[in-house]
Design a protein around this ligand. Structure first.
Ligand SMILES: [Zn+2]
Length: 297
């Protein structure tokens, strides 16, 4: 028996931290220094699912079927705290059908926090100030991720979420460049870095090649030097990454296939049914987008 449910979160375990020494490989002409980085693996902890019409959520790890058509979106509000990590399975999610936030939750702290992070320009900064006034003792991080393009991507997140946030994005290497107790200051820094064309706020989510680690580190060091000079921030840059699993995936129709979740990386689910497939988490979240087997853990 399969049941159609709302997917709220793909909870990851980010584990097995190892320190790696990265040296220039043969044939590399750029520099000859070596870098020490922290490498992690990400694995599926569980999927947080909600039954349609009810606020409770449950952990689920079994096989799924993905629904691609006629999806309904549900309000993204839940009662978990913004300022610290919580146990997602103890949350209540709003059961109302809505894009983004429903009318009742449009002015909730969580909606304003999302406005601060997702809107561009002044409007977003007003929302950030509002969060600073409401939440005392928050810690925010501005990070850079290199994904092999000319410019890195710059982003802001809550400090306790940094590894999870990086795990949601395809990357070769990542680093924190600025830590502050003000969400407004963090977003302003992010916007200014982007305005000065030292990194991009926007990017296209795609599966990437991550083999050229050394080149990525050299590039990242270069970006950091420019940014620190421009904005007078000095930080000993610590590089880290979540290692991409080596898989040969195919692109094909997955409709009605019973899929096992073999892993998670870069905001993708790694699915298996005779072949490997990848699927963007964000296309499924807050929607009645999956069928699960009728057993909950
Ligand atoms: Zn709502």
């Amino acid at each position: 028996m399969y049941e159609r449910v709302i997917l709220r979160l793909v909870k990851k375990k980010i584990e097995n931290e190892v320190k790696e020494e990265v040296k220039p490989g043969k044939g590399i002409l750029l520099g000859n220094e070596s870098f020490t980085i922290k490498t992690y693996e990400s694995n599926l902890d569980y999927m947080l699912i909600q039954k349609i019409g009810f606020p409770e959520v449950y952990k689920y790890k079994g096989p799924i079927k993905i629904i691609e058509n006629d999806l309904n979106s549900y309000c993204e509000w839940h009662n978990g705290p913004l300022e610290e990590a919580d146990d997602p399975s103890k949350r209540f999610y709003c059961p109302v059908m809505s894009e983004g936030f429903c009318s009742k939750h449009k002015r909730s702290e969580r909606a304003i926090y999302n406005l601060c992070l997702s809107y561009r320009g002044e409007k977003s900064l007003e929302a950030c100030k509002e969060i600073d006034n409401k939440i005392k003792g928050g810690e925010y991080v501005v990070y850079l991720v290199d994904f092999g393009e000319d410019l890195p991507k710059v982003g802001t997140t809550r400090k306790f979420r940094i590894l999870e946030r990086i795990a949601e994005q395809p990357h070769i290497i990542a680093t924190q460049i600025y830590v502050t107790d003000s969400l407004y200051k963090a977003r302003l820094m992010e916007i200014n870095i982007s305005k000065n064309k030292l990194a991009n706020e926007l990017w296209r989510h795609k599966w990437i090649q991550t083999e050229s680690l050394y080149n990525s580190l050299v590039r990242m060091k270069n970006y950091i030097e420019k940014i620190s000079k421009k904005f007078d921030i000095s930080r000993e840059a610590e590089f880290f990454r979540i290692k991409q699993p080596k898989i040969n995936y195919i692109q094909g129709n997955i409709e009605n296939k019973e899929l096992e979740i073999k892993g998670v990386w870069g905001g993708y689910l790694i699915l298996y049914s005779s072949n490997y497939y990848i699927y963007r988490e964000s296309q499924l979240l807050h929607k009645d987008s999956i069928f699960i087997e009728n057993k909950i853990i």
